[in-house]
Design a protein around this ligand. Sequence first.
Ligand SMILES: Cc1ncc(C[n+]2csc(CCOP(=O)(O)OP(=O)(O)O)c2C)c(N)n1
Ligand SMILES: CC(=O)[C@@H](O)[C@H](O)COP(=O)(O)O
Ligand SMILES: [Mg+2]
Length: 621
Amino acid sequence: MYLERINQPNDIKKIEEKNLPLLAEEIRRFLIDKISTTGGHLASNLGVVELTMALHLAFELPEDKIVWDVGHQAYTHKLLTGRREGFDELRKYGGMSGFPKRRESPCDCFNTGHSSTSISAGLGLVQARELLGGYNKVISVIGDGALTGGMAYEALNNASRLESNFIIVLNDNNMSISENVGGMSTYLSELRTADAYTGLKTGVYNSLSKIPVYGDKMIEQIRKTKSGLKQLIIPGMFFEEMGITYLGPVDGHNVEQMVKIFHEAEKLENGVLVHVITKKGKGYAPAERHPARFHGAEPFDIKTGLPTNKRTKSNWTDVFSTVMRKLGDRDELVVAVTAAMPDGTGLKRFRNMFPDRFFDVGIAEEHAVTFAAGLAAAGLKPVVAVYSSFLQRAYDQILHDVCIQNLHVVFAVDRAGVVGSDGETHQGIFDLSYLSSIPNMTIMAPKNKWELSDMMKFAVNYDRPIALRYPRGTAYDGLREYRHPIEYGKSEILFEESDIALLAVGNMVETALVLRERIKDIGYNCSLVNARFVKPLDEQMVREISADHKLLVTLEENVKSGGFGERVLDLVNSEHLNTSVLITALPDEYVEHGNVDILKRESGIDQETLFKKILSEYVGL
Ligand SMILES: Cc1ncc(C[n+]2csc(CCOP(=O)(O)OP(=O)(O)O)c2C)c(N)n1
Ligand SMILES: CC(=O)[C@@H](O)[C@H](O)COP(=O)(O)O
Ligand SMILES: [Mg+2]
């Protein structure tokens, strides 16, 4: 067992070269075995086993710094830096994160989770090295999918002036989560087949260099010519012209070749991009066949590749997916936009039915929003389906391009609230705050799956910026009989009594329903309001309910700061309404990874904690 011999950084260097393929095999078996029980990002990790080994062989950790873009592919890196035991608790509460974490190991030099940050961060480390010294090589590893993100180009542009070594490894598996998209992806496909031309390049240069005096000039001339011929002769022209040396393409499953090229790369005194070709899911047939399905896998049966836990109920995304298909059918102006998440957001079915009205723009949330603003300005009804935490990136585009112009863009904000095992980078707990602060924005949150459907219909028929947010996981299918038509800015009163009023946002209505039963069981009266609209706030409802309730309790799965509760409190205070307000929301903290129920408990928004808080508040009045 070679893997057992790896207990700390650089132990891989003690393994004989001839045994490295066996180590790679063991790593793959280990990852498949562990992830089949814990779940996790399997396909991307299987693809970079040899690449990671080569990096660890060529460089010295932690003195050299590897920045992993997104970071979902860093499992082999974790193994090779002595974190084998951590895999039993991978992505569990208190256990090892699924992403690089500086607090976890000195070999994790930069935290990631969101895409396309690695070149910027790497360049920062390089410039700091020049000023402060203290460490050695800096290597940013970025995928072809992540290279569709705008930040990557901003960083490349910035790196072009660099006069010291900075290695960028482009891990090209021709896949994002789904098929990769766009011009860069096409360009990389051409480069992938360009190794034939690498020989041509060397041959032409060798022949020319033998011609006295003029040979060198001709080589220089070829270098400067912006012709198609040059594209053939010098692969990687795009990067070369940016001032970044291009090396490759190299077989990302050949450790020896990669180590050699990394050693070449580290000799250069500028930015250098090493183009590495890998296969997503390598070594596990179901993942090779279905890389998207095994990108982020739930626990699965290794033999069949099928999920261990069969889903019996639809999740929120399924409901959104179905309603989008119906809306697309009914209204030809409805178009759909995703930033590289057709599977995760449920837009795949819309794409299959209406390919001309579906736009996957790559991992480019900022662009997605402004692009949608353009679509809306021309009269279409764009629905931007996006995860709450990824939409954070597009704050200015929402404000500057959509809301100032009051354009009709619908934001379907998925994964809103606590998402679980991806952890702090992915929790969707800020959207109510960041969206609420933008004038002209309307924000809704459905209590159950029927309301999600009704709200989507309402949103596409509205004519200004509008967002609705819903969580990850199973869609609530209770309270079916409460399906009052959606009225702009109006909440839905589900139970009207006195004493305590629970004002709940979206999925918190389900929790509030149980809380209400418990409150009533101990003898108090309790009303329950489904807020429906976070913005505009249903002020009339707050005024009326304040009149006969001593305590208003707001419930939301969002940080308190800038959330729904603060809006209610602000109204109560500013109008001196005769009631008290208890805001229940997430604290001003990042929520780490783990099981959603545990995380909610730790954050104080689980049913039990809420019950105690409400009672103690009410009794104390
Ligand atoms: C800003 C942002 N948007 C979307 C995602 C979701 N996401 C995670 S990995 C990924 C695909 C990355 O593709 P690539 O960089 O090629 O890595 P691979 O999985 O192919 O190794 C996407 C879209 C994200 N992490 N960050
Ligand atoms: C790494 C990444 O950002 C995605 O793969 C994310 O983990 C997907 O999350 P869901 O599982 O909620 O679709
Ligand atoms: Mg990829």
